[in-house]
Design a protein around this ligand. Structure first.
Ligand code: CA
Length: 126
């Protein structure tokens, strides 16, 4: 009996058409730190950040970079339409300076979604 290849399904793949419309990334983050606060270019000790990267790790876009202790859920949305047709990595990072005694930084993430406007579909969600 021949070995039968399992059916393959690509649930997010367009069928013979190019992707159209707007792809919007959305996520919520909640920042915490015991270290100095900073924003974008002033960060030198601890910070939290998100970037869009190539699969080999090259930064395509910085979505945010900051350090604060407001403990508030904050939504960030970004138009990722410029990367249509590409496989990209959504990279979240918390950088610690390793100081002693520790003055650590952390964040929570929730509701990470990528939505294509023309189909009203959520392509990915965690
Ligand atoms: Ca620190």
């Amino acid at each position: 009996m021949p070995i039968r290849e399992p059916a393959r399904r690509c649930w997010a793949c367009p069928r013979g058409r190019r992707a159209t419309g707007t792809s919007t990334l959305s996520f919520w983050y909640q920042p915490h730190t015991a270290d100095d606060t900073c924003n974008t270019t002033t960060c030198q000790y601890d910070w939290m950040e998100a970037q869009v990267r190539t699969t080999s790790g090259t930064t395509l876009a910085s979505l945010f970079k900051l350090c604060n202790n407001n403990g508030t859920w904050t939504q960030l949305t970004a138009d990722l339409s410029a990367y249509k047709g590409q496989t990209v990595t959504l990279w979240f990072n918390v950088h610690l300076d390793g100081s002693t005694p520790a003055d650590d930084t952390w964040m929570y993430l929730d509701d990470v979604t990528l939505t294509q406007s023309t189909k009203k579909n959520v392509l990915s969600s965690i």
